[in-house]
Design a protein around this ligand. Structure first.
Ligand code: ADP
Ligand code: MG
Length: 479
C-alpha cells in the first residue's frame, strides 16, 4: 500500500514534466551516480593501498635502523646513535622524527628540535616477540604513523620512526579532484547532448500532437514534414494516411448525405406526382363514367318506354363494367393485393405474365428454397418493387429479347437476380453521374436494399446485357 502511494507520487511528478526534462533528468542522474560511485571506490582503494605501502616502507626503515643501532646502543656511543637517527630523518622523505629508547623505555637520543613531545612517551611498549608495532597518531598538522622496532628483540631497547601521511593524502586528493573535474565536464557535455537529443526527438512528437489536435477540431490540412524513417517518421506517415482516409470518408459521407436528401426530395415529388395522376384518373375516367351512369339512370327513371329503358340499361351496365375495370386497374397499380394475400412469388408470377404480354418479351421466373413460405413484409415489398423497376428499365432502355428473374432463399438471405440480354450500359459512369434526379431507378433500388441491411450490385457493359444482384439478410430484416 505504501509502495503504491510512493509510485503514484513519483508518477504525479515524473508524468507532469515534459519528455525533454525526463531525458535530461535520467542522463544527469546517471552521470552523477557514476561520478559519486567512482569517487568513493577510488578513495577507498587508494587509501588502503597507499597506507599499506607507507607502513611497509616505515617498517623497513625502522627494522633497518634497529639493526644498525645495536652496536652504538651496546657500546653506549650516543653520538653515533644520534648521527644515525639524524641521517635516517634526512635521507627518507616523509620521516618526521626518530627516537631511540633503552630497554627501560628511557629516551637515549631523539631528533626533535624542542624536546620530545610528552604523549609519545605514553605509547604502549612493543609486545614481547613482535617484529614491529604501528600506531596512528593524530596531531594538529597531520596524521602520523608511529612505527617501533625492537633492538636485539627488545633486550637493548627500541627505535621509533614517525612517518607523515600528508603526501599520501595529497596524492589521493589530487586523484579525487581529477575525477570530480572529469565528472563535471561529462555532466556539462551530457546535459547539452541530452538536451539536443531530447529536442530532436520531441519536436516531431510535439508536431504530431498538434496535428492530432487539429484533426480533433476537424481540420485535415496538416501534412507531415520530412522526418527520418525511424519510428516517429513511420508514425507521422501513417498518421498522414489515416488523416487522408478520414478526409476521404468525410467527403464521401457528405456526398452520400447529399445524394440521399436529393433522393428523398425526388421520392416526395414522385409521390405527389402519383397522387396527381390518381386524382386525374379518378376525376377524368371514373368521375366521367359515374356521371354518365347518374345521367343515364335519371333518364331511365323518367322514361315510360320499357324497350328504351332496357336498351339504356344495357348501355349503362357496360359503362359500369368499364368503370369497375378502371378502378380495379388503378388499385392494382397502387399496390397489388395479391402481394399481401398470396405472397411475393404469386405477385411476381402475375406481374411477369402481364409484363411479357404487354412488351412482347420472353420472361421466365425461377424460385428456389421458398417452399411456399411467406417472407417478412418489407422484404417482399422491396423485392417486388426492385423487380418492377429493373424490368421497367429493361423495357425502357435495353431493347432485350429475353429476361429472367431468379429468387432464392439460401444461407439465411434472400438472393434476387434479374438478367436481360439487352444492350447493357456503363454502370460506373451512370451511377457516378451528378444528375441523380434522373437516376432515381437504380439509386432507389440500392436505397431499398440498404434499408434492409442488404447489398445490390449491377453488372453490365455495353453490348453485354445487364444483371442485377440483390442480397437481403432475412434474420435481421425488420417486420
Ligand atoms: N437494363 C438496362 N439496360 C440498358 N440500360 C440500362 C438498364 N437499366 C438501366 N440502364 C441505364 O441506366 C440509366 C439509369 O437508370 P435509372 O436509374 O432507372 O433511371 P431512368 O430509368 O429514369 O433513366 C438509364 O437511363 C439507362 O441508360
Ligand atoms: Mg428506370
Amino acid at each position: 500500500m505504501r509502495w503504491a502511494r510512493w509510485v503514484e507520487r513519483f508518477w504525479s511528478i515524473a508524468g507532469a514534466v515534459s519528455i525533454r526534462v525526463k531525458v535530461m533528468g535520467i542522463v544527469i542522474g546517471l552521470i552523477l551516480t557514476l561520478g559519486a560511485a567512482v569517487t568513493v571506490l577510488l578513495h577507498r582503494g587508494l587509501t588502503t593501498t597507499l597506507e599499506r605501502e607507507l607502513e611497509e616502507r616505515g617498517v623497513a626503515i625502522a627494522v633497518n635502523l634497529a639493526s644498525r643501532s645495536q652496536e652504538p646502543v651496546l657500546t653506549d656511543s650516543l653520538i653515533t646513535l644520534y648521527t644515525l637517527a639524524n641521517e635516517t630523518v634526512r635521507n627518507n622523505k616523509g620521516v618526521l622524527y626518530v627516537y631511540v629508547t633503552d630497554r627501560h623505555g628511557q629516551v637515549l637520543v631523539h631528533t626533535f628540535d624542542r624536546g620530545i613531545p610528552e604523549d609519545l612517551l605514553t605509547l604502549p611498549p612493543i609486545t614481547a616477540g613482535a617484529r614491529h608495532s604501528v600506531v596512528q597518531l593524530h596531531t594538529e598538522t597531520a596524521v602520523v604513523q608511529s612505527i617501533s622496532a625492537p633492538i636485539l628483540s627488545g633486550r637493548a631497547g627500541a627505535v621509533h620512526v614517525g612517518i607523515s601521511t600528508s603526501e599520501m593524502q595529497a596524492i589521493i586528493a589530487g586523484h579525487i579532484q581529477r575525477i570530480v573535474a572529469i565528472t563535471s565536464a561529462v555532466l556539462v557535455l551530457g546535459g547539452v547532448l541530452a538536451f539536443a537529443v531530447a529536442t530532436i526527438l520531441t519536436r516531431p512528437l510535439a508536431q504530431l500532437a498538434a496535428a492530432a489536435e487539429a484533426v480533433g477540431r476537424g481540420d485535415f490540412t496538416w501534412r507531415p514534414p520530412r522526418w527520418a524513417r525511424d519510428e516517429i517518421g513511420r508514425l507521422g506517415a501513417s498518421f498522414a494516411r489515416m488523416q487522408e482516409r478520414l478526409a476521404h470518408f468525410r467527403e464521401e459521407l457528405r456526398r452520400h448525405d447529399e445524394a440521399r436528401s436529393r433522393l428523398l426530395e425526388q421520392i416526395i415529388t414522385a409521390q405527389e406526382e402519383e397522387r396527381r395522376r390518381i386524382a386525374r384518373e379518378l376525376h377524368d375516367e371514373t368521375g366521367q363514367s359515374l356521371t354518365t351512369l347518374v345521367v343515364g339512370l335519371t333518364t331511365i327513371a323518367a322514361s315510360g318506354d320499357l324497350g328504351a329503358v332496357r336498351e339504356r340499361a344495357r348501355e349503362l351496365r357496360s359503362v359500369a363494367a368499364r368503370t369497375l375495370e378502371e378502378v380495379h386497374n388503378l388499385s392494382r397499380g397502387l399496390r397489388p393485393s395479391v402481394l399481401d394475400d398470396l405472397g411475393l412469388l404469386a405477385a411476381l408470377e402475375r406481374y411477369l405474365n402481364e409484363y411479357g404480354v404487354s412488351h412482347g418479351l420472353a420472361v421466365d421466373l425461377h424460385a428456389r428454397g421458398l417452399d411456399g413460405q411467406r417472407l417478412p413484409g418489407p422484404v417482399e415489398t422491396a423485392v417486388y418493387r426492385i423487380v418492377q423497376e429493373a424490368l421497367t428499365n429493361t423495357a425502357k432502355h435495353a431493347h432485350a429479347t429475353a429476361v429472367s428473374v431468379l429468387v432464392e432463399r439460401r444461407d439465411g438471405s434472400l438472393h434476387l437476380i434479374v438478367e436481360d440480354d439487352g444492350r447493357g450500359f456503363e454502370v460506373d459512369g451512370v451511377l457516378a453521374a451528378q444528375d441523380i434526379d434522373r437516376r432515381l431507378g437504380l439509386h432507389g433500388m440500392r436505397e431499398r436494399t440498404a434499408l434492409l441491411g442488404g447489398s445490390l450490385t449491377v453488372e453490365s457493359a455495353p453490348g453485354h446485357g445487364t444483371t442485377i444482384f440483390v442480397e437481403v439478410p432475412l434474420a435481421s430484416a425488420r417486420g
